[in-house]
Design a protein around this ligand. Structure first.
Ligand code: NAD
Ligand code: DAU
Length: 353
């Protein structure tokens, strides 16, 4: 893919998308990067302030569900590649409103696949459709084992079902039409610009404000955490080196029980905020569990390591400390995204839970 010239990155104003856009704009000045994003509650152009005036970057506001818009946009832009991250991404919201997830994650993805297929008309030389997906498509693990690229799909939430559906469509377009597709399935990301509906930034924000930190169930669910910039680097490597039709798992080899993670975060924040050790942990509040809550995710990323040489670059302790520092230094960003509709969402999810 070295000769690729024009890349559309969908969802580039979101958490992971903004890191991917930044990496590609900075590392590949010879590429033209177009960020296509609807700017839902999760999209925020403040995430891209530092690169907004770069000559190889532009932003277009648009909805991937709008078929007319997408077809015209592809005709006008003539992209060589798509890196598709636009999605509804939050499991709790998918439980409240599953249809939104079907529309963006399934219909939106199929609209993009069709637009790419129609534009490239069977000539897929130096073309690429890269679909960014999740380990949640594999369902849940018990105490042992890890997800590999061969694990059968077994999604449980409306979110993971919609991502599984979109993965199947991407593979179908490779197998049926020969589209040059790649999929990666990644574990839980954390880092800067993470919207505070997700566990880590929500807990940082609440601890900072001395508010209760809601832990679902007994806090025994396990997630495999990866620093978002390591995910962006994996996407870069896979985009450039993977074979057409291939799939890679991406993960941190970094499993944490939610309650242990929140205790670690509390202790880091005690230190940074000058509180007595143990003070922030007193905010931990056990609340009603998430419906259909997957017990454990763990990724076997050895295919990516062995074939393409990727490994995580920092430890969880280092990454978490960087992340806490970022949130403490970016108070305005946090205040802006937690005002307005966020308060309604928060009350809906957590009041009397
Ligand atoms: P996010 O919710 O932070 O951002 C999603 C972005 O997509 C936002 O900028 C939003 O405005 C945009 N968007 C939503 N609907 C759209 C539409 N209809 N048209 C155009 N743009 C639209 O999500 P994220 O956490 O950055 O996740 C990005 C991708 O990575 C998703 O596909 C998600 O499934 C996948 N993923 C996320 C994680 C994670 O831990 N966050 C892990 C693995 C995979
Ligand atoms: O595994 C990859 C997935 O990780 C991505 O595909 C999703 O887009 C992303 O949102 C994330 O999903 P999770 O549901 O694992 O992330 P979340 O931050 O919502 O929750 C992490 C764990 O913490 C999970 O076990 C639920 C729990 N939790 C979450 C919230 C928001 C709590 O205990 N309390 C909370 O308030």
């Amino acid at each position: 893919m070295q000769s690729t010239k024009k890349i559309i990155i969908t969802g580039g104003a979101g958490f992971i998308g903004s890191h991917v856009v930044r990496r590609f704009v900075k590392n590949y000045p010879q590429y033209t990067i177009i960020n296509l994003d609807k700017l839902t509650y999760a999209g925020n152009l403040a995430n891209l302030k530092d690169i907004e005036n770069e000559p190889n970057y532009s932003f277009v506001k648009g909805d991937i569900v709008d078929i007319q818009f997408i077809n015209t946009f592809f005709e006008e832009q003539q992209p060589d590649a798509i890196i598709h991250l636009a999605a509804e991404s939050h499991v709790d919201r998918s439980i409240s409103n599953p249809l939104e997830f079907v529309m963006t994650n399934v219909v939106g993805t199929v609209n993009l696949l069709n637009a790419a297929k129609n534009l490239w008309k069977g000539d897929f030389e130096n073309k690429r459709f890269y679909h960014v997906s999740t380990d949640e498509v594999y369902g849940t693990l018990g105490e042992d084992g890890m997800f590999t690229e061969n694990t059968a799909y077994d999604p449980h939430s409306p979110y993971s079902a919609s991502k599984a559906g979109s993965d199947h469509f991407v593979r179908a377009y490779h197998d049926t039409y020969g589209l040059n597709t790649v999929i990666s399935n990644c574990s839980n990301n954390y880092g800067s610009f993470h919207f505070p509906e997700k566990l880590i930034p929500l807990a940082i924000n609440n601890i900072k404000q001395n508010k209760p930190v809601p832990v679902y169930g007994k806090g025994e669910n396990i997630r495999d955490w990866l620093w978002v910039e390591d995910h962006a680097r994996a996407i870069d490597v896979i985009f450039h080196k993977a074979a057409a039709g291939s799939t890679y798992n991406i993960g941190g080899h970094n499993e944490w029980k939610n309650i242990d993670l929140i205790k670690l975060l509390s202790s880091i924040l005690d230190n940074k905020l000058g509180r007595d050790e143990g003070e922030s942990a007193k905010l931990i509040t056990y609340v009603t569990d998430r419906a259909g809550h997957d017990l454990r995710y763990a990724i076997d990323a050895s295919k990516l390591k062995n074939e393409l040489g990727w490994e995580p670059s920092i430890t969880f302790e280092q990454g978490l400390e960087k992340t806490v520092d970022w949130y403490l230094a970016n108070e305005k960003w946090l205040d802006d995204v937690t005002s307005g509709h966020y308060q309604d969402y928060y009350n809906e999810q957590y009041t009397n839970r």
